[in-house]
Ligand binder design. Structure first.
Ligand code: ZN
Length: 137
């Protein structure tokens, strides 16, 4: 059996998500895939792309990450006024180190939220993001 070409997988994933696979977006997908599981900020990812020889403005990086998150290719996680883009799109929650400002996945059993309130009239709950704030002791 022939190996599946990663670039082809990336373009298929973009198409399935309703995003036209331009060469710039394919470059972004490849950088996301090759970097493994992690939490990106627009600034950190802008540096990564620049180191990989992909030139994009910070605004374009920000828009691309948001478009990918809206299409379900990344998970957007907000803590306070900061936003991360998690490359792990599976159902999971996060630890946030309040000193270092690092976000990391909670592995294994996930926290459960009990006694959820009813959504406001005319609204439906779409998801719950648990962020547990921690600090080194
Ligand atoms: Zn995550």
């Amino acid at each position: 059996m022939a190996a599946i070409e990663p670039v082809r997988v990336d373009s298929d994933r973009l198409r399935e998500a309703g995003i036209r696979p331009t060469s710039q977006r394919l470059g972004v997908m490849r950088a996301i895939r090759e970097g493994g599981r992690r939490h990106l900020t627009p600034e950190s990812f802008h540096r990564e792309l620049s180191d990989a020889g992909i030139r994009m403005s910070l605004a374009t990086v920000y828009n691309t990450l948001n478009n990918f998150a809206e299409a379900g290719l990344l998970r957007r996680v907000g803590v306070g006024d900061r936003t991360w883009f998690c490359t792990n799109t599976g159902e999971h929650h996060h630890f946030y180190d309040v000193v270092s400002g690092q976000l990391e996945d909670i592995h294994g059993p996930q926290p459960q939220v009990i006694d959820l309130p009813q959504a406001p009239p005319g609204m439906a709950i779409q998801g719950i993001d648990v962020v547990i704030k921690v600090r080194r002791i």
